[in-house]
Write a protein that binds this ligand. Structure first.
Ligand code: ATP
Length: 448
């Protein structure tokens, strides 16, 4: 597999196969905004679900939350976002393009070499107003992270969940940042989705928990099929730490434009709870009844982007292979991430095949995300399914009418097995759980 894939190939596959489209395309698009198509919406949902499953459902020390995007403006004063959520902006005096001063090399404009203005600090939060009468409306912000919704609900969750510390609160949702420079497809956009965990611990145990979560999060990507050699960890230097952070490690991925952040895992100390207690006047702490002590917890925060993860999964899964003299493009997506799990493909649109093919589809679709496709040649239909990463295709041929058996073709090995239709649900379920493709004695194995 190629270590690096051209981003253009990913963008073009996404457009061609209904994964991701430019936003408002018929109006010429809107810079850095993208829409997820029928396949993309499934992929994105699977990424979210995989995160939620591993962070919330498979543990008893994390609960979920879904807080509103618009929050009291006091939140952003307390969190430091109004004062410190800024990037240094410079503008080219000749072509007027704007750049992030810390992201350009050399003195002049990267586009035309023109002279640049002195940097000024630019706040990345989107401002809007709430209320029907403009003059009386109050200024509010679209949240730039989901984390603050968690901090301001800390007390609500602690008092209602009957959980002890260490306790995590997880949230997935949209965030907005008026980034100066966007680009690299869905890597950096102004509207994106965060998957954030705030894990509250006793001070003094924070460093241990930081190490734990760095490892845990790194392994999550590997478990979902990202090749280890395309991932690395990078600890932030002291000069690079955000205003709230005591320590931070980035998980970086080898994107086509080079190593870049995929997720950050920070030790936020007690910064947020102390700030919100100060600004709101409400006490925010934890009483450990067993030890009889009271303290303000420290927070370990793994913060990841749904869209950026989708991009990494796509890039890592993308492959071009030669099969029997023909080129095929395939997404080797992990089974749990693939938008479609199984495709039902009658050999042709012959009317004799249709009833059995429909019967098979109806059996499968309540249990798995299933596609039914009987247009064009079987070869083209396989190619389409390969390009969207469908792990299994079920083919119904004329023999099937006689013996009530169908063929399952596996995406990666291209191996085929024949299975009685009555066994299909059971077999697909086992295969989606990771059972090897040719081990069961229930059916005959056929060469590809
Ligand atoms: P960067 O330095 O890349 O702007 P950041 O360090 O500001 O990112 P965090 O605030 O740590 O990002 O956000 C955590 C994660 O959220 C990032 O690792 C990334 O996956 C995602 N993310 C942040 N900003 C964006 C964006 N503008 N577009 C898409 N995803 C983003």
């Amino acid at each position: 597999m190629p270590a690096k894939v051209d981003m253009d190939k990913i963008v073009s596959l996404c457009k061609r196969r209904g994964l991701i489209f430019p936003s408002s395309e018929i109006y010429g698009g809107l810079a850095s905004c993208w829409d997820y198509g029928p396949m993309g919406v499934e992929l994105k949902r699977n990424v979210r679900d995989a995160w939620w499953k591993s962070i919330v459902h498979e543990r008893d020390d994390v609960v979920g939350l879904d807080t509103s995007i618009m929050m009291h403006p006091g939140v952003w004063a307390a969190s430091g976002h109004i004062d410190s959520f800024t990037d240094p902006l410079v503008e080219c005096k000749s072509c007027h393009l704007r750049w992030r001063a810390d992201a350009i090399e050399g003195q002049g404009c990267p586009k035309c070499g023109g002279e640049l203005t002195e940097p000024r600090m630019f706040n990345l939060m989107f401002k809007t107003s709430m209320g029907p009468v403009e003059e009386e409306a109050s200024t509010i912000y679209l949240r730039p992270e989901t984390a603050q919704g968690i901090f301001v609900n800390f007390d609500n969750v602690i008092t209602t969940s009957r959980k002890k510390l260490p306790l995590g609160i997880a949230q997935i949702g949209k965030s907005f940042r008026n980034e100066i420079t966007t680009g690299n497809f869905i890597f950096r956009t102004r509207e994106f989705e965060h998957m954030e965990l705030e894990y509250f611990v006793k001070p003094g145990t924070d460093e241990e928990w930081l190490d734990y979560w760095v490892k845990e999060r790194f392994d999550w990507y590997v478990k979902l099929g990202v090749r280890k050699e395309n991932l690395r960890l990078r600890q932030h230097g002291k000069d690079e730490l955000a205003h709230y952070a005591r320590d931070c490690h980035d998980i970086e991925y080898l994107f086509p434009m080079g190593w870049s952040e995929l997720e950050g895992i920070a030790n936020r100390g007690d910064f947020d709870l102390v700030q919100h207690a100060k600004h709101s006047g409400k006490e925010l702490g934890y009483y450990d009844a067993e030890a009889g002590e009271k303290y303000v917890p420290y927070v370990i925060e793994p913060s990841a982007g749904v869209d950026r993860s989708v991009l990494a999964f796509l890039i890592d899964a993308y492959d071009e292979e030669e099969v029997e003299g023909e080129k095929r493009t395939v997404l080797h997506l992990h089974r749990s991430l693939a938008p479609i799990k199984v495709a039902v493909l009658p050999l042709s649109r012959n009317e004799k095949l249709t009833p059995l093919a429909k019967e098979v589809f109806n059996k499968l679709c309540p249990n798995f995300v299933t596609d039914y496709d009987d247009s064009q040649s079987i070869g083209r239909r396989y190619r389409r399914q390969d390009e969207i990463g469908t792990p299994f295709c079920v083919t119904i041929d004329f023999e099937s009418l006689e013996d009530k058996q169908v063929t399952i073709r596996e995406r990666d090995s291209l191996a085929q097995i024949r299975v009685p239709t009555g066994e299909l649900n059971k077999v697909i379920e086992a295969k989606l759980k990771g059972e090897a493709f040719d081990v069961s004695p229930l059916w005959a194995t056929r060469d590809k």
